[in-house]
Design a protein around this ligand. Structure first.
Ligand code: GLN
Length: 198
């Protein structure tokens, strides 16, 4: 099987861990530092970090339109934590949403101080055995449109979802040795490539 090439937006945040995890699925992970590199990849991860900082850097390095164009080509995008904030159509605490690629409203830093960072066993749609998820100052999805598939919830809050070629998780899949969640994204990239090649 040909290897997939999956990029990780490398402006800020947990980049190296994602690259390692992509490589552990047998595919190629590359750090994306310039918009031109988007042409080389089959799918893109928007990592965790700080969404406001990431947005500033997206603007500074001219990524806003190229990222929207990448999505318009139906190429898969996986937003993790701050990345989930970036893909949302709406944010609960701000009128300035970022890439607006997914019909969800996201609440930032939403689990409160006691739960700044925690682990939880989740039942994830598509995974047979519960998945231990790592949350760090995590957001959650407060509202999801009808065309959004809910993949996991924690204490009745939506923490993973998919809409077509966009996948989002409130947790950090790259911080565990369990590659099953990132494998769901790799499968989406593989499927989309088949469709695009047809
Ligand atoms: N709270 C951060 C934000 O809203 C996300 C935290 C994270 O990515 N670990 O950008």
């Amino acid at each position: 099987m040909n290897k997939l090439v999956i990029g990780v937006l490398g402006l800020q945040g947990a980049v190296t861990e994602h690259i390692k995890q992509i490589e552990s699925t047998g595919n190629i992970g590359i750090t994306i530092k310039k918009p031109e590199q988007l042409a080389e990849i089959d799918g893109l991860v928007l990592p965790g970090g700080e969404s406001t900082t990431m947005r500033k850097l997206i603007d500074r390095y001219g990524f806003l339109d190229p990222l929207k164009q990448f999505s318009a080509q139906q190429k898969p995008i996986f937003g993790t934590c701050a990345g989930m904030v970036l893909v949302a159509n709406e944010l609960s605490d701000s009128s300035d949403a970022h890439l607006q690629l997914m019909d969800v409203r996201v609440k930032r830093n939403a689990f409160g101080r006691q739960k700044d960072s925690f682990e939880a066993e989740l039942d994830v749609k598509g995974l047979e055995i519960p998945y231990k998820a790592v949350f760090i100052r995590a957001p959650y999805i407060e509202y999801a449109g009808d065309n959004v598939e809910i993949l996991a919830s924690y204490e009745d809050r939506i923490v993973a979802a998919r809409q077509g070629h966009i996948l989002a998780s409130a947790f950090h899949p790259e911080l565990t040795n369990d590659v099953r969640f990132v494998q769901l994204f790799v499968n989406m990239v593989s499927e989309s490539k088949k469709v695009i090649l047809k």
